[in-house]
Design a protein around this ligand. Structure first.
Ligand code: AHG
Ligand code: MN
Ligand code: MN
Length: 334
């Protein structure tokens, strides 16, 4: 049997890749792994636990109904970041404003983390895959002071690391620090993430497309044309049209396309003129992973990681996936 490489060992080995690294980023990644194991444990038993399923009875700043597990996961990650010492502040999809940590210990942290604690809310109660997405930046403000809004509102190309955890039929953690993408599967028998998907590459093209097709008549006509012309026709040399696959949890849809090759589209629509997905918590981190794996992420007109954020909870239209497929979709947009 091949030797198992744990996430911890892998992170430690890779630390040498960063000149002058002092180990804080490594510790932060390890902390994220620990928090995600706790969330994974909760997700796996949610149906048996009181107060884990269903709506919290509140809405977040974006007007979306919060689920109990959204709040549980959010608190779990925040606690970990607050006690770790590497992070001076965070911003999360579930909180109105960013949080600048108050203690002297946290103020010394070099990093900020932006995250979607639980992605795929509509799937929580029905036992379908959900996830966590995170994005790490070096702070702009001076170490030793309180984190600022400017620390949070950085362009995606400044990300130091990004990743996601997929609570699927197994729990996986996939991350990049800008030197390729690696995936780890949680072995529940030993409670460790172990390297299962080294150096992940997104196939250059694929045969899967993911879009909420309920939106097809309220999005721009070019996209409809792309779906009808490219995805729903039998192309020369093929035996059938592409297959539509839409889970409704971005992490899960993205992960499938990363492995099998495919395109994911969440456009701006008549009802959501800015799009639905959030630039800082969802689009940028997955764009970083996509690009590191050889794929692309765009609004249709601009590279996602070039967007200068204008507000914390900013939404954008989002097309991400296999390079050739994203380029084909873009060619339909004026
Ligand atoms: P979240 O649960 O973090 O609010 O994100 C939900 C997102 C994303 O995961 C998913 O792809 C998309 O919303 C689904 O939206 P529709 O239900 O509109 O298709
Ligand atoms: Mn989400
Ligand atoms: Mn969420």
């Amino acid at each position: 049997m091949k030797k198992l490489v744990t996430l911890h060992e892998f992170i430690m080995d890779r630390q040498a890749d960063f000149p002058y690294a002092t180990g804080e980023l490594s510790r932060l990644l390890s902390d994220i792994a620990v928090a995600s194991k706790v969330v994974s444990k909760d997700v796996r038993r949610a149906g048996l636990l009181e107060d884990f399923l269903g709506a919290q009875g509140s809405t977040n700043v974006q007007g979306e109904e919060q689920q109990k597990l959204d709040v549980i996961a959010d608190n779990q990650f925040i606690q970990m970041f607050q006690s770790g010492g590497e992070v001076c502040g965070i911003a999360s999809e579930e909180n109105d404003d960013f949080m600048a940590f108050e203690t002297e210990y946290s103020k010394k942290g070099k990093y900020v983390v932006l995250f979607d604690p639980l992605d795929g809310s509509s799937n929580i109660d029905v036992n379908v895959s959900i996830g966590t997405i995170f994005s790490i930046y070096r702070r702009k403000s001076e170490v030793g002071t309180k984190a600022t809004l400017e620390d949070m509102m950085q362009v995606g190309s400044e990300q130091i690391a990004a990743g996601y955890v997929l609570y699927g039929s197994s729990t996986m953690l996939v991350y990049t620090t800008g030197r390729g993408v690696n995936g780890f599967t949680l072995d529940p028998s030993i409670g460790e993430f172990c390297l299962s998907h080294p150096d992940m590459k997104m196939p250059e093209t694929g045969r899967l497309y993911a879009m909420n097709e309920g939106n097809i008549n309220i999005c721009e006509s070019g996209l409809k044309e792309y779906i009808e012309t490219y995805c729903q026709q039998t192309l020369p040399g093929a035996s059938r049209p592409y297959s539509g696959r839409y889970i409704g949890s971005l992490v899960a849809d993205f992960h499938r396309n990363l492995i099998k090759g495919g395109i994911y589209i969440y456009p701006d629509t008549e009802t959501d003129p800015e799009g639905k997905l959030r630039l800082l918590y969802e689009c940028n981190p997955l764009a970083f992973i996509a690009e590191q794996a050889g794929g692309l992420a765009t609004t249709g007109r601009q590279r996602v990681m070039d967007i200068v954020p204008e507000k914390l909870h900013q939404r954008i239209p989002y097309i991400v996936g296999s390079k050739t497929m994203v380029e084909q979709a873009m060619s339909f947009l004026k």
